[in-house]
Ligand binder design. Structure first.
Ligand code: NAP
Ligand code: ZN
Ligand code: ZN
Length: 347
């Protein structure tokens, strides 16, 4: 067992404060990672503030983790000391259930071990995430990060990257497909970059007119202002796929009207309250409304390799860990361009 430095909250209303986490001794299949950087995902805010219910405290959030391997267990084959490594939203699963066998460990039927605000597979040991200087994770849930990528800017790939890559792949996005991305934040800007790299014709659908120039430089071909009702008329029936990343309640029906015949809309954002969907929004045009949760470990590695090949990383603002509370406030005011990343050497 080692003691790791961390930043934690003790309740849904508490500010962040320094905290110590016990990390287990490095087991035969484990790697120990010195965390260099950790991204701030909007899911961190939802969970810190207990917006989804059932949050466990003290909580050390963080599931966009990158760093260097500092120790490996006797049976580790994928990593050597000094290698770059990444950890995303999961640290373990049962590995034998039908979901795990299909490499969809996020849907493990015994319950995946999420990186924080969860438990290890023993259902007892609480998990603590990446707002910390080190972590010990089974190599099967540890990802290879290419040295070709800027390490701090690669951190958000571990959640924002895989969460947007996975549905684009599931719907077989290819050159010429018309993809709409709703909400230009951490997930949205990765969706734009990845969809554009797959050859799609990308339209950014945003409430923020000030983000148009950024959307275009990130790779969007078109921009639609969603506060203007004319946008919904002009773009009606035009998209093969819509990736919805909005973190707050909003009317899905309006966006379903933008799909072509048999087009699909994928929900990624997890607003705390439900929103009604009219049957007619789906019936007229055989529309598909679905969701997507992060991605399996093999697909996460595929995404990291795709990003290394295409030179894709996140656009980040690197901040000291002491500014995490301010970063949350800025994200809630829609003031992030486009991901905050914590510099762990400031811990
Ligand atoms: P973020 O950086 O805060 O971005 C959210 C974006 O949504 C904002 O930039 C804004 O874009 C738009 N938005 C925010 N409030 C809005 C409102 N009231 N009405 C309309 N648009 C609004 O958040 P993120 O880290 O990308 O996360 C987005 C959501 O995805 C969160 O709910 C998070 O929990 C969830 N998430 C899900 C998964 C999954 O596996 N499904 C994984 C990670 C995160 P514009 O300014 O362009 O309008
Ligand atoms: Zn996340
Ligand atoms: Zn399983």
């Amino acid at each position: 067992m080692t003691l790791a430095k961390a930043y934690a909250v003790s309740s849904p209303t508490a500010a962040f404060a320094p905290f110590q986490v016990e990390r287990r001794a490095v087991g035969a299949h484990d790697v120990q990672i010195e965390i260099a950087f950790c991204g701030i995902c909007h899911s961190d805010i939802h969970q810190v503030r207990d917006e989804w219910g059932g949050s466990k405290y003290p909580m050390v959030p963080g599931h966009e983790i990158v760093g260097r391997v500092t120790a490996v267990g006797a049976h580790v084959t994928k990593f050597q000391i000094g290698d770059l490594a990444g950890v995303g939203c999961m640290v373990d699963s049962c590995r034998t259930c039908p979901s795990c066998e299909r490499q969809l460990e996020q849907f493990c039927q015994k319950g995946s071990a999420f990186t924080y605000n969860g438990t290890e597979m023993d259902r007892k040991t609480l998990t603590y995430g990446g707002y910390s200087d080190s972590v010990v994770v089974d190599e099967a849930f540890t990802l290879k990060v290419s040295p070709k990528l800027d390490l701090a800017a690669a951190a958000p790939l571990l959640c924002a990257g895989i969460t947007t890559y996975s549905p684009l792949r599931r719907f077989k996005t290819k050159a010429g497909d018309k993809v709409g991305v709703v909400g230009l934040g951490g997930l949205g800007h990765m969706a734009v970059k990845i969809a554009a790299a797959m050859g799609a014709e990308v339209t950014m659908l945003s409430t923020s007119p000030s983000k148009e120039a950024d959307a275009r430089s990130l790779g969007a071909h078109h921009f639609g202002l969603t506060s203007d009702p004319a946008t919904f008329k002009a773009l009606a029936g035009s998209f093969d796929l819509i990736i919805d990343t909005i973190s707050a309640p909003h009317d899905y029906n309006k966006y379903l009207g933008l799909l072509r015949l048999e087009g699909a809309m994928v929900l990624l954002g997890v607003p705390p309250e439900p929103t009604p969907v009219a049957a007619g929004s789906l019936i007229f045009g055989h529309k598909v409304l679905t969701g997507s949760l992060i991605g399996g470990i093999a697909e996460t590695q595929e995404m990291l390799d795709f990003c290394a090949e295409h030179g894709i990383v996140s656009d980040i603002e690197l901040i000291p860990v002491q500014q995490v509370d301010q970063a949350y406030e800025r994200m809630l005011k829609n003031d992030v361009r486009y991901r905050f990343v914590l510099d762990m050497k400031t811990l």
